[in-house]
Write a protein that binds this ligand. Structure first.
Ligand SMILES: [Fe+2]
Ligand SMILES: [Fe+2]
Length: 248
């Protein structure tokens, strides 16, 4: 396993580890994003076993103990497995997440109390600014939520657009086709009627960059990509309902 470090937007760095053993032969990447600012923020910690590699990547940019904020899409090992290792390594660090994440899981799982963010709440990082957006059950996890870094228009979009395989740090190629293929393969999304609407709400933000957790960072028409993903979720939800109706 090798861990790469690339700047994907001004002051936003993608830390990416490729794992061949997951979804072979294509393999699978796990990304964390470091937002450099007076108060630096790490979006996704990675698994506990990835902590040394992620810490070393962070250390190429800042002393790891300077990390101020830790956030992630939802409560799963690849998103936040190493959160307590980071809380120990960075004494000023706080976990920031939505009300559901804090109330249901993080108040108990995290070694220090998390900072609860309301939907739409902004944290000023000093030179960068992140807005928290609730995305319940999208693509999965009741507590799911994302961050938009507003000065660069970068949506830290977690498991949305998950794809298999190695990818360049930045791409302007299609990310919707690979995402629908990965959905067919993994069935990782919690299909539900609100999903299309939730993803269209993200499209309305018109992000310039979509920073994927499992894939590249996409630069281009983020609104169009999100609208196409919303259409795909609507299609899947509808066909699931039709199948249930036929089976009844
Ligand atoms: Fe996930
Ligand atoms: Fe993930």
């Amino acid at each position: 396993m090798t861990t790469q470090l690339d700047e994907i937007a001004d002051g936003i760095f993608r830390i990416s580890t490729y794992v061949l053993e997951i979804a072979p032969p294509a393999g699978f990447v796990f990304n964390q994003y470091l937002v450099l600012a007076e108060d630096p923020l790490l979006f996704h910690t990675g698994h506990r076993r990835l902590f040394p590699a992620v810490r070393d990547a962070v250390a190429r940019l800042i002393p790891p103990e300077r990390l101020r904020w830790i956030s992630f899409g939802h409560v799963e090992a690849d998103e936040c497995g190493a959160m307590n290792l980071w809380l120990a390594a960075a004494p000023r660090a706080e976990i920031a997440h939505g009300a559901t994440g804090c109330d249901v899981s993080l108040n108990d799982l995290a070694d220090r109390p998390p900072r609860l963010l309301a939907d739409g709440e902004v944290i000023d990082l000093g030179g960068k600014r992140v807005r928290y957006i609730d995305t319940p059950h999208t693509p999965h996890g009741w507590e799911a939520g994302l961050l938009l870094e507003e000065t660069t228009g970068t949506l830290l979009c977690g498991d949305l657009f998950t794809q298999t395989g190695q990818s360049p740090a930045v791409t302007s190629s299609d990310i919707v086709g690979p995402a629908t293929a990965a959905e067919d393969l993994f069935r990782f999304s919690s299909l539900h009627p609100e999903m299309g609407r939730t993803v269209r709400r993200l499209a309305a933000l018109a992000p310039a960059t979509l920073a994927l957790m499992h894939g590249p960072a996409f630069t281009g028409d983020g609104a169009a990509a999100l609208a196409a993903l919303a259409d795909d979720y609507d299609r899947r939800t509808l066909s699931w309902r039709e199948q249930q109706a036929e089976a009844a």
